[in-house]
Design a protein around this ligand. Sequence first.
Ligand code: AMP
Length: 475
Amino acid sequence: MPCPFTHIKPWADRMPEECGVMGAFQPDGESVKDAIYYGLYALQHRGQESAGIAVADGHTVRSYKAMGLVAEVFSGEEAISRIETGHIGIGHVRYSTTGSSEACNCQPLVVKYREGWLALAHNGNLVNAEELRSQLEDDGHITQTALDTEVMAAIIARKGGDLVEAIKHTMATVKGSYALVVMTRDKLIGVRDPLGIRPLALGRMPNGAYVLASESCAFDAIDAELIRDVRPGEIVVIDEHGLQSIRTETPLGSKLCLFEFVYFARPDSTIDGISVYQSRYNAGKYLARHFPAQADMVSGVPDSAITAAIGFSKEAGIPYGESLAKNRYVGRTFIQPRQELREKGVRIKLNALRKNVQGKRLVLVDDSIVRGTTSKKIIDMLRMAGAREVHMRISSPPVVYPCYFGIDTPDSDQLIGAFHSKDEICKLIGADSLEYLSIDDLLKTVEGSSCDFCQGCFNGDYPIPVCQGGRHNGL
Ligand code: AMP
């Protein structure tokens, strides 16, 4: 069957978005600047390329956004003064691939249409955005960014009328993942896609303000309490009358992203009823139970694999110790465009603790192997520092398929798990042994969640049909 989405660019050219969103509504009219700013600060791990805040005071919407970390973007007088007054606010931190890392793609996106101001901040990825963008352009619509968010704003604006109805229409039109915060001059709205692929939590501050955030760790930073997660397909409208929940149809069931628990989210967050920390700890425990190793010390690759390594160590009865020091001031190495830069990046970011590893048989836990760059470099370093054996244990199954829903994984031809068996990978990365957590065990780590899970990157079973370089999956 020919691919109906042939105009969708192959993955390498596309623009995966790993982002964090935040929203706040203060019924007493106080400024939300601090709540949004500190909330975004706590969500910085979800995106380090740009940051932005938009605020509304009942009459108008103002915003400030720029490339850089939250603290860098909001360090100057001008930035602060732009967001000083306003009792409603939304914020965004963004990470994208290098090519699309441009100021025009910073969020929140602020537009004016016939019903007034509209500001949007989005975490996720639409799989039919290019198709919709082409349709809009064919109709004479002008676009100024490469953002999926702009496509959603255009669909809302063209529908016009009641905003909730326009959002419902947009939800029925777009396909993909979105945790969305929308703001008008007098309303804050949270929207989670019908599959709930990306998380969105609802909280309340001691002064009664409602807050929305990608992860509950943002609430802790501003003394807010987690009320619950926004449900898949739910729209929450917060205005001077309080909070209203509108449920839309979710015929396909929920498909929360498993990789949020494996790597992306902060361990101090709770997503759809599951503590990220606990799920990682349990992943380490199951790894130790099913894939033990004769070793003197268990170690985790900082930061995301440390919890799983502690779980492994406790279960196996082997002491936990640090084997790698991490330079906290280095950004992400993962997305460097060239392999040699990526390899250099790992070397600068991590260094072996010679004193701890010399002469030892190590179990080294990492949360995932994607291209294999990190594991190979780290194992080389540990051996150079005198480690006698390195037994690699991975707290997720092999990543075999790219993600189309908002986690930045490369195209399949760069995924080591797509072309090599476990034994081959073990040899390629230079480990003494290699084992991965099974998908069944990974699912056990999130048992009890109110959601079902997307396992697309592990088994290719995508919750929405996607087109991979002309090939279909799931149609
Ligand atoms: P690689 O070197 O390509 O095998 O990548 C694996 C390493 O990157 C692991 O240490 C992970 O913690 C980390 N990682 C996994 N997924 C991502 C992602 N989407 N963005 C950034 N880092 C990641």
